[in-house]
Ligand binder design. Sequence first.
Ligand SMILES: Cc1ncc(C[n+]2csc(CCOP(=O)(O)OP(=O)(O)O)c2C)c(N)n1
Ligand code: SF4
Length: 422
Amino acid sequence: MSTQFLNTSSLPYCKGCGHDMIAKHSTKAMESLGLSALDVVMITDIGCHGIIDKCLNTHTVHGLHGRSPALGAGISFGIENPDKKVVVFIGDGGATIGLQHIMEAARLNLNMTIVLHNNMLYGMTGGQTSGLTPKGFATTTSYDGNPLSGYDICALAHTAGAAHVSRVLGVGDISEKFVNAFKTDGFSLIEVIEICPSYGVKLNPKRKLTEIVESSGREIGEWTNQRPAYKFTQTQKTNDLLSKVSTIKADFKHNLKEPLSVVLSGSAGEGVQLAAAMLSKAAMRSGLDVTQKGSYPVTVGVGFSTAELNLSPEKINFHGINIPDVAIITSTDGLNHNKKRIGHMQKGVLYIDSSLEVPDTGAEVIKYDFRSLGAKNAALASIVLFAVKSQIINHESIFKTIEEEAAGKKLPVDKIKKTLGI
Ligand SMILES: Cc1ncc(C[n+]2csc(CCOP(=O)(O)OP(=O)(O)O)c2C)c(N)n1
Ligand code: SF4
């Protein structure tokens, strides 16, 4: 296993960027603690500091802006081996955006370290003020100096309950400061005050880091809380979530030679998603692989309801559907929601309620009066008709699925059988 954490000494930052020194000294600290690269999960955030990922030999995860502490927390919860380390790299911008995530990790005293790259502005997007920009520090959104004080993140994390918090000037070899943070049992945060030459230096010429920190009323130092690190105490653990997923035994056969995409669409409240689920499960018990995705407005009781299904004799690696092979439309809402892509169908089949005007399409059109069975039964009737006409799966597999999976829902199976003559 590699004991070297960085795979290059030429890091991808602008010349003189404080991030360079943090990357080198923090990884030097990990090496000096005898950690091996694969003992460490590094979670990086959005921002210039985050482009370090590719230079690390550790496990790396790149988070959304401000969310790397939440990812770190999740990983920390899941790690049982105390010899593994969770280290989060974040900028002052990300720390502002995700402040609550940092506070929660500190409050719980989770086993993880946050390395806060405080260059006092948003580097990657052009030098804007962040919530940690000190009072008086000039940025591209406050040329005359920030009129407000930045958050004192060390005080916040300390009062939230962090085991170890430190504020360090990014000058000289600070690897020992990192050692103190990394060897903490519980939550540690190390705020390194550093500078971005591209914006910070240009906008604040001749200012020294020490003077910037002092004039903003902040102290360099470390603060501790004597309290135990968070321990996961839940007694009934689920080790493998997949083991809880029931498997469907294939007790029917299918006639599908290649993947088929199906869009079923009608109106909200008319059982479209349930019918799609019955079709999915019937296809699965016929030995097919299936994906199902539902979409409907946030106001779930009105408007369209669309289900997108992929049925395949092989493993499905991509579940997106642009132009479907089969469209099944049971109401005006469903038609309006899918008119455009039905118009793009050059082949395939459109099953459509006979009350609807058939749009221009290259698909074969099969009309049926699904709604004559009642609006709430139209979607179910349509998938049965699809099974009967296409012969891809045996329609009996749908009735068997309903019997086993939706018995309590009193679906009108007999009525559908009678109407369709099966
Ligand atoms: C939620 C969110 N808001 C804004 C952005 C745009 N954005 C990308 S990088 C960045 C600045 C990053 O600054 P900082 O976190 O201090 O890191 P630095 O670039 O200084 O290392 C911003 C605002 C984003 N990606 N996500
Ligand atoms: S823009 Fe600033 S923070 Fe980003 S790499 Fe360059 S010097 Fe560093």
